[in-house]
Design a protein around this ligand. Structure first.
Ligand code: SF4
Ligand code: SF4
Length: 321
């Protein structure tokens, strides 16, 4: 096992896990974002300048083709701010990949992005959009003043293209994460409430709600430290660890690629600077074109309890333990 030393000795070492067959290539196009949310594990914001260049995007598509990876999961920052975003989507779809856009919704109201819903629909992109509550105040507290109203307008624009509608194959999933240092409620019941509230109050439709726990890293960790609640939150995660979730954590089947083409077990490890296990050297995607990553040990640390606590948490929502 590769493991990161514990921040506090009383936290038990996270159990060793290893990689399985690769199903998803999660590509971080850069850390620039039109928002600067309080919980952001990427520390993304308008002033970040990192952006995946065209040569690395070519490499991503080459890798996905050679390794027959079925899913291309595009994230950021706001990935749409990368000037190569639309080219990546179109080429990925052309190669038969299932393309996911992790969209913050408000990007649709930024100059030059009004036609994004039409573009995404044309390329059959699955949209996974952040909306941490159906209540405007909670969303604006976490994501910035006015974000809820903009998000609702963006969701309606996606609905008009057919996203989230009955009998449509255009998938629109929403992402919930808690506004504070607590675990998400049960995914299924919260989805029912979201559907009721968004439909009756805002005439908005969507497919599934994905509940994610906040990871105790980056901006959220700084907020916990400021409030003096970091230790309490870690205790909560450790106390609610479910070993059954270990078999489903996303790092078993996903590779995370940073804007320069370096490879990690997941987006969280990318942000912590913990590269794919390779004798402490960073591994570049170009070195993996013909290599099978199944069986490699996953680099784990205290933050991993954020994936296994309670019902579990992954890019695809609760793990169902
Ligand atoms: S959480 Fe998403 S929308 Fe908010 S700053 Fe981070 S990348 Fe941007
Ligand atoms: S943070 Fe989660 S996804 Fe990442 S390595 Fe740890 S358990 Fe796996």
């Amino acid at each position: 096992m590769s493991s990161v030393s514990a921040v506090a000795p009383r936290i038990p070492a996270f159990p060793p896990i290893s990689r399985g067959p690769l199903e998803t290539l999660q590509v971080n196009l850069g850390y620039r974002c039109n928002q600067a949310c309080t919980h952001c594990h990427v520390d993304a914001g308008p002033n970040r300048t990192e952006e995946m260049p065209a040569a690395i995007i070519d490499l991503v598509l080459q890798f996905a083709t050679r390794q027959r990876v079925p899913v291309l999961d595009i994230t950021g920052g706001a990935p749409e701010l990368n000037s190569h975003f639309r080219s990546l989507v179109a080429r990925g779809q052309g190669l038969g990949l299932q393309v996911i856009d992790r969209c913050n919704l408000t990007i649709i109201e930024e100059p030059g992005h009004a036609d994004l819903p039409t573009f995404l629909a044309r390329h059959q992109v699955r949209v996974i959009a952040s909306l941490p509550c159906y209540d405007a105040d909670n969303v604006d507290t976490q994501r910035g003043l006015g974000v809820f109203a903009k998000s609702i307008r963006a969701l309606r624009a996606l609905n008009r293209e057919g996203y989230g509608q009955p009998d449509s194959n255009l998938i629109l999933d929403l992402v919930y994460n808690p506004v504070g240092p607590f675990l998400p409620p049960a995914q299924a019941s919260l989805e029912t409430t979201y559907k009721e509230r968004l439909s009756t109050e805002h005439d908005v439709r969507f497919n599934r709600l994905l509940t994610l726990a906040n990871m105790p890293i980056a901006r959220f960790r700084h907020a916990l430290a400021r409030e003096g609640t970091y230790t309490k939150y870690m205790d909560l995660l450790v106390a609610n660890h479910h070993a059954a979730n270990l078999s489903q954590v996303m790092c078993r089947s996903l590779l995370s690629i940073d804007w320069q083409g370096y490879v990690y077990d997941c987006d969280f490890n990318q942000m912590l600077g913990l590269p794919l296990s390779n004798g402490h050297q960073r591994t570049h995607l170009s070195e993996l074109l013909t290599r099978d990553t199944a069986g490699l040990p996953i680099v784990v640390g205290n933050h991993c309890y954020g994936c296994t606590a309670g019902q579990g948490s992954s890019c695809g929502g609760a793990l169902g333990a």
